[in-house]
Ligand binder design. Sequence first.
Ligand SMILES: Nc1ncnc2c1ncn2[C@@H]1O[C@H](COP(=O)(O)OP(=O)(O)OP(=O)(O)O)[C@@H](O)[C@H]1O
Ligand SMILES: [Mg+2]
Length: 220
Amino acid sequence: MPNASDLVTIREPRSAAAEAYRALRTNIQFASLDKPLRTLLATSTAPNEGKSTTLANLAVTIAQGEQRVILVDCDLRRPTLHTIFNLPNEQGLTTMMLREDAGLLAQKTDIPGLVVLPSGPTPPRPADILGSKRMKEIILKLREYADMVLFDTPPINAVTDAAVLATAVDGVLLVFRAGDTKRDRAREAHQLLDKVNANVVGVVLTNVKGDQAQYSYYGT
Ligand SMILES: Nc1ncnc2c1ncn2[C@@H]1O[C@H](COP(=O)(O)OP(=O)(O)OP(=O)(O)O)[C@@H](O)[C@H]1O
Ligand SMILES: [Mg+2]
């Protein structure tokens, strides 16, 4: 389970890893100049590839760049964003789904400009929830409150949650773990996203060894 020590962008802002996150932020901001990416989700082929850690550090980096960012936990199967930011998870996205009068249940963090909307109680059929009309309304609402909204999701090869949500956001980041992610699975992830006409904006490679950085980014 990732925790606050995984926020390398806060713990070691001058490290090569933090610098790689700043490069990732720049790449995303310049990915589409005509139509800026305002909503972005991260997914992967399998568990533990580093989706939540990557997205949390990216969110910190965007906030450090003085933009307002909302980080949303749409991994309704194994939510972890609240543990990374030490926040309660009694209420969150699923509460907003059930109660139209709930308002925005995002919580403040120690980082100015960064708020987190945790998953809330985990529901029985996550894909139905993420594909609902209500979810689209919530995404529109979130956009009003932030310059950038980032969504964490479960692995796309295992369940449809990420593919369903991918049709409702501006861009998708694929997170692969160097040395672990299988080529066939990576191709399959791309195909699943192509099938729903998702806009894959890049691939982030985690666990990269060497003295440069732990992170690599390839635009697609
Ligand atoms: N860039 C990285 N380099 C090395 N290790 C990393 C990196 N990012 C995350 N990790 C480690 O890998 C583990 C899994 O990370 P994380 O929980 O972010 O993955 P995930 O893809 O969100 O997993 P899940 O599918 O369970 O939600 C954590 O222990 C984390 O510390
Ligand atoms: Mg995760």
